[in-house]
Ligand binder design. Sequence first.
Ligand SMILES: [Ca+2]
Ligand SMILES: [Ca+2]
Ligand SMILES: [Ca+2]
Length: 156
Amino acid sequence: MMRSSFSLATLLVITSLIPTISAACCKDGWFAYNGHCYYIDMDIHLSFSAARLYCRRLGADLVQIETFAENTFLKGFLKKIKAQYTWMGLNDISHEGIWRWAGTNRHATFSDWLPNQPDNYKNDEDCVHFGYNGAYEWNDCPCHTSINFICEKDSA
Ligand SMILES: [Ca+2]
Ligand SMILES: [Ca+2]
Ligand SMILES: [Ca+2]
C-alpha cells in the first residue's frame, strides 16, 4: 500500500513536469523545429508589413529560412495543414533583385523559387511567399497582398 501510493506520488510529480518542459521550448499554439518556434494562424491574412508587425508583437519576426532542412520542414508542415499562400521574411524592397530577410537584413544564402520566378511581375513584386502548387516553392508577389504568414523566434 505504501509502495503504490509512493508510485502514484512519483507519477504525479513527473506528469506535472511535462507541461513545464514543453512550455520551455515553445508556447501553446507554436510549433517547434531545431531550437526555433513557429506560428501560423490560418484565419489571419495580412500584407507583408502588417504580418511582420504582427510577428514582432509576438516577440518574433517573419520566418527566416537559413537552411534547406528548415525549408523542407516548413514546406512539409504547410502541406500537412493544407496552407495556401504564406509569407516568409524574404524580400527585395530595398534593392530590386537583392533578396534579404526582414528580421536580420541578411542576404538569402539559398533559394527555392518556383519555375520562372522571381519575375517581379508588373514591376511590383518585392515580397516572397510559399507558393500554392502543392510543393510550396517560392514566388515573389506584391507586398500589399493579404495572405497567411509564418512567424519565427528562438525557443525560450
Ligand atoms: Ca529560421
Ligand atoms: Ca522585386
Ligand atoms: Ca512572381
